[in-house]
Write a protein that binds this ligand. Sequence first.
Ligand code: GDP
Length: 286
Amino acid sequence: MIRTPVRPPFCPPEVVLHPGDVTDHDATRRLLLEVAPDEVYNLAAVSSVARSWQEPELVRAVNGDAATALMDSALALQDRTGRPVRLVQASSAEIFGSPATAPQDESTPIAPTNPYGEAKARAHLAVGEARERGLHAVSAILYNHESPRRPQTFVTRKITRTVAAIARGEADELVLGNLEARRDWGWAPDHLGAMVLAGRHDLAQDYVVATGESHSVREFVAAAFAAAGVTGWESRVRIDPTLVRPVDAADLRGDSTRARSALGWRPTKAFADVILAMVESDLRPR
Ligand code: GDP
């Protein structure tokens, strides 16, 4: 069901929100036909890999089936109006599963190893299919993208929030799982910028969106403590084996040569700057 449009206070006046449930494919299609957008960006997803083991069916429905249905609806809109529709799917590095080599690029085999990656892979493949059917459809294969708005279900925000609490004397320890996993951590606004560039480019093709650098969780932790001015971080971190995932990619690092050359895209924040922005935000009084 799609409810009546609303305009919450934080939205610019030209933004109209239509709250709804993307797993209601018919209602989403009706809305798309009514609003008739030129561009569609699909960011609707259950975004946590960890949660995808707890609720695999929900993740398949939202991240996979709903995305696929949205592409069908975009094609229906295009057929009805005769105007081209551009669709950008927020795909994920998780479609590559635990790749044998790093960096990965657009030709890396799709081999997901968790329900999140599996559902994102289904949507990713549907983008290619929709493109064959005449939709200007693009998959932006997003690597980890962070900001102070990240929820604490992600390791980055969990770290910066807890480190800030330790710096203020409000917490004693940071409890984590696998410290050795390496991720390509970028700045979320940069990745969103790449999605818009990709959707507006003349050629509809898929793009890896990544900084090209990976760092371990351990490096992230050390840099966050340093940014908060807390020394001796090793004694503050405890490993909880229940937080270690059954399958965890060792090194997700993206080669975004295609996005850089075709779209002129560049990340604006390096690893240390992303951490600094998040720690500074978490240190600010609320
Ligand atoms: P993901 O790459 O999209 O799954 O992003 P996350 O931020 O959830 O996880 C990044 C990496 O941090 C993964 O390799 C996790 O196994 C690792 N990690 C280590 N400790 C934790 C933790 O306490 N929470 C989360 N979410 N991830 C952790």
